[in-house]
Each structure stands twice: as C-alpha cells, then as structure tokens.
Design a protein around this ligand. Sequence first.
Ligand code: AMP
Ligand code: MN
Ligand code: MN
Ligand code: MN
Length: 287
Amino acid sequence: MNTLNADLHCHSVVSDGTLTPEELAARAKAQGVQLWALTDHDEIGGQARAAAAAAACGLDYLTGVEISVTFLHQTVHIVGLGFDASNLALTQGLQQTRGGRGQRAQEMAADLARIGIKGAFEGALKYAGNPELISRTHFARYLVETGVCKDTYEVFRKYLVEGKPGFVEHRWARLKDAVHWITQAGGMAIIAHPARYKFSANEEFALFTEFKGHGGQGVEVVTGSHSAAEYQSYAATAREFGLAASRGSDFHSPTESRTELGTLPALPDGLTPVWALLAERIQHPTH
Ligand code: AMP
Ligand code: MN
Ligand code: MN
Ligand code: MN
C-alpha cells in the first residue's frame, strides 16, 4: 500500500502552474503515477477537467485543493483531498480566501516600483491563467522575464519574501475554517510541506495540536519541499500525532520545478497513507 505511486499535490494554470489540467493528467500518467490529485491554490475550478482527464487516460483521481491559511503570523498551506467539489461552504470559503489577492498584488507592484521595478502588476497578470488567482509565482516569472533574477528560486531569496522588496503581509483563511471547509465537504485536511514553515518547536506543536483538534487528519511527509532527513522527522511527527501520511511532488512547471510528477520515494514504513483512508473517495476510470 505504501508503494502506490500516488502524487497528491500539484498545480495547473488554474492557479500558479504552467500546464493545463489535461496536460498534467497526461504527464502524471506518463510518469507512472497511479493515483493523482490536482491541488490548485485556493481554487477548485480545475477539478472537473482534472477528473475527466484522469478518467480518460486511466488514472485514479482524488479531488484536491491547497488552501492558504494564516497561523501565528505565518502562511501555512492546508491540502484538502477527496471532498465534494460542488459543496457550497467550501466553494464560498475558497472564493473569500481568493478575494484579497488583487489588492495584495497591486501593493506588491507598488512596493517593487519603489525600487525601480516598473509594470509588475500587469507583468504578473499576463502569466496568471486565472486573474482571480494572481500569486507571487506570477510576479516571480515577470522578474525572471525582465532579467531582474536568473530564475524563480533567486526571486524567492531576494524578493517577495518577508523583509525583501515586493513582500506584502496578508491575512489568509483561519486554520479552523480551512479544515472545516474541507471536512464538512467530505474530504480530508492535510498539513502541506511542514518543514517549509519557520515555526519554533512550541509553535509547530501548537499547529499540529490545533489542526488535529479541528478535525485535520493528515500531514505531507514525502513532498518536493522536503529533504530525505525531513521525510524521517515528519514520519515521526505523523506517528506521534496519529496522522495519516501524504505524498506529493508540488509540481508547478516542467521548466521551474525541481521535482517531477510521480518521482518521489515511497512513504517511510509504519505510516498510514492518506489514500488508505480515502479509498471510498477515489474516482476510478469506468472502462
Ligand atoms: P502566494 O500564494 O501568492 O503567496 O504564492 C506562493 C507560491 O510561491 C507558492 O505556492 C510557490 O508556488 C511559490 N514559491 C516558490 N518558492 C517559494 C518560496 N521560497 N517561498 C514562498 N513561495 C514560494
Ligand atoms: Mn504555488
Ligand atoms: Mn504550498
Ligand atoms: Mn503547492
């Protein structure tokens, strides 16, 4: 069960990826993925296309999303899997979460203009396949296009992050709300890439404890954002908190992403994979 090639985290043009849901489904299939989920940021507008494309190429599918949350002054991402994508409370919660992105992007562009980088709002918007979902990734592509940085990794070291030009503090959804939107729609809430956050040990303990208290059930253990040592340390966290373990590349683009779809190692032993608990929510191709 732990060796199933499940890739339960990636992004399409509906958020900040560069491939369409159909292109991702075909790529996942070609990479040997057996169970796939598209998890766009704060948006489930690509779910019907992703599920249809998965069925057409013979891939098992789980609905997916990655919700932006503010917890203890940091942005935390909560992945939702296996929910009913027509659920009203989920749809409305996501719409509300996306709502502040336009204004935030204007403020980011104004901050970049202060150091002489002009036209960043329009430049970023050009890369946004979904104008409701303008994100830092789209700004990063504009800064690469204009030669300010050599790649998006350099952008996220020098710009758009706390303390650097183009960073704008933003209030995302509450942890409790994001977990509830997912669970009341029949899905499972999962803490995305926990090693990426800059929490103290006490703060991280609070995150996991509150998340569980609200009904969260999973944590990403093997992700494109973790090192091999981090697979092991978050495997221990999963066991300690009694959380199921997830696996996902966080693939965004063939040219920008370091981790290809379906190429991560298997989950460490002794963990319950999220897909074991979501068996009834998996959409199987019918033929
Ligand atoms: P946003 O939701 O607008 O804050 O954009 C966040 C996105 O930026 C993430 O989902 C990643 O795709 C991308 N990103 C890439 N590298 C980093 C980084 N070092 N820190 C934050 N975001 C990053
Ligand atoms: Mn992203
Ligand atoms: Mn994320
Ligand atoms: Mn992601």
